[in-house]
Write a protein that binds this ligand. Structure first.
Ligand SMILES: *[C@@H]1O[C@H](CO)[C@@H](O)[C@H](O)[C@H]1NC(C)=O
Ligand SMILES: *[C@@H]1O[C@H](CO)[C@@H](O)[C@H](O)[C@H]1NC(C)=O
Ligand SMILES: *[C@@H]1O[C@H](CO)[C@@H](O)[C@H](O)[C@H]1NC(C)=O
Length: 396
């Protein structure tokens, strides 16, 4: 099932039930997810016909780990991308982390955070403490001078936290002697359908891919009562949303399907935001239907630099502009940010894992400032502030 286009705003969407009122302020879970949805929109623009799976919360979480170390314009770009408020954001994020990962007998959401730093690299205490306290972040030290061993150790941590679903996140060649820290967020989700599909009802059936080709794939089916809503994009494209709840009543999968067979997903995806999701939830009704959906397993990897930059979170990737003085006095920038996701959807339910990382490097060389055009100068006596000379140089 390589080329099916499936839009799957999976799992972590409906954590607080459905009692949304549009005027309610956004929760921090929604703020995080809204940025993540916009990143997803950027990603699918360049691959409209491929399978893409993505964790909106994973992206926000990795930015959350960097936040206590960010300053100036870098900080401003992250907080405005996430629509975070000036005050109280760590308290809200801590609450969100607790709430999403709250123990439940049925569904499982496991979220783990870690910062792997170069042995002997002095990180500021507040940065480490904020991450430990707010995100239960583990802090470990590694030697990036041995990139293979360091990558193995990080990958083993990810493999452990995603229960074997993501075994390789980092490649050794992403690390070198200038690597100072690697931040990692891992999300593991396991949910059993509240109403399971019977394996005997799964049959090979046609599925029309985004490119128009028809594939024969295993399709599960069941006759059940589902919450359904109908929506229309501003351009008048109609689609429906079907909610498949998991056991435990806190999570569900929302399947978005245009009415018309020939409507590409690209005419719906750009209109989706947290406000849209809220509006679906507001006008849902219950209906008994025969639902037929494919079983699928998808792996995907997304490089986050281009989509985040397109959304205005760009200075952190720039050697000369990144401002992480809250992490360390040594200038750092994000040399790589990526996410890997795996999702398995079958008759029993869903298993999904996402690992997101940001690799921070020290600047390879001090920034250049080249005075190669007209300039002004002043010669100033510092103790008195007296300007002794000044000039304008147009032809040295
Ligand atoms: C992964 O889990 C195994 C078994 O619990 C443990 O021995 C190992 O230290 C873990 N690895 C990392 C990198 O945390
Ligand atoms: C439909 O939504 C309501 C309101 O959130 C919920 O209580 C109910 O369990 C849902 N029913 C199904 C079949 O998903
Ligand atoms: C979930 O909701 C259903 C009714 O909608 C209820 O019967 C069931 O006990 C709930 N389960 C849990 C774990 O709260």
């Amino acid at each position: 099932m390589k080329r099916l286009s499936i839009l799957c705003l999976c799992a972590l969407v409906t954590l607080y039930g459905h009692k949304y009122v549009l005027s309610q302020p956004y929760s921090y879970g929604e703020r995080n997810s809204d940025l993540g949805i916009r990143v997803f929109q950027q990603v699918v623009q360049s691959k409209p016909l491929e399978n893409v799976v993505f964790s909106p919360h994973g992206v926000a979480s990795i930015l959350g780990l960097l936040l206590p170390g960010a300053h100036g314009e870098t900080l401003k770009q992250i907080t405005s991308g996430l629509h975070y408020k000036k005050n109280g954001r760590y308290r809200m994020l801590k609450k969100l982390h607790r709430s999403v990962t709250a123990k439940s007998k049925q569904g499982v959401v496991l979220i783990a955070n870690a910062i792997f730093s170069q042995k002997g690299f002095p990180m500021k205490v507040a940065f480490v403490t904020d991450n430990k306290v707010n995100f239960q972040c583990e802090v470990r030290s590694l030697d990036f001078n041995n990139p293979q061993r360091a990558a193995n150790e990080i990958n083993e941590w990810v493999n452990n936290k995603t229960k074997g679903h993501i075994s390789s996140l980092i490649q050794a060649d992403m690390l070198d002697s200038l690597t100072r820290l690697v931040a990692v967020n891992s999300i593991f989700f396991k949910g059993s359908w509240k109403s399971r599909f019977q394996p005997a009802d799964t049959k090979m059936k046609p599925f029309k891919g985004g490119n128009g080709d028809v594939y024969t794939v295993p399709m599960m089916s069941q006759l059940s009562t589902f919450n359904i809503s109908h929506a229309t994009t501003p351009e008048g494209v109609k689609y429906r949303v079907i909610e498949l709840p998991y056991q435990g009543n806190t999570t569900s999968m929302l399947i978005v399907l245009p009415y018309e067979e020939d409507t590409p997903l690209s005419s719906v995806i750009p209109h989706i935001s947290i406000a849209t999701v809220r509006s679906w939830m507001k006008q849902t009704y219950t209906r008994k239907v025969n639902l037929v959906i494919p079983k699928f397993t998808v792996d995907a990897e997304v490089d986050l630099e281009a989509p985040l930059s397109a959304l205005g979170i760009k200075d952190m990737f720039d050697e000369n502009k990144a401002d992480f003085r809250g992490i360390s006095d040594e200038p750092l920038y994000v040399s790589k940010a990526l996410q890997k996701v795996k999702i398995v959807v079958n008759e029993d339910g869903t298993k999904a894992a996402a690992a997101t990382t940001a690799i921070l490097m020290a600047r390879s060389s001090p920034p250049w400032i080249i005075v190669d055009r007209s300039f002004l100068f002043l010669v100033r006596h510092k103790p008195t502030g007296t300007i002794l000379f000044m000039g304008q140089i147009n032809r040295p």
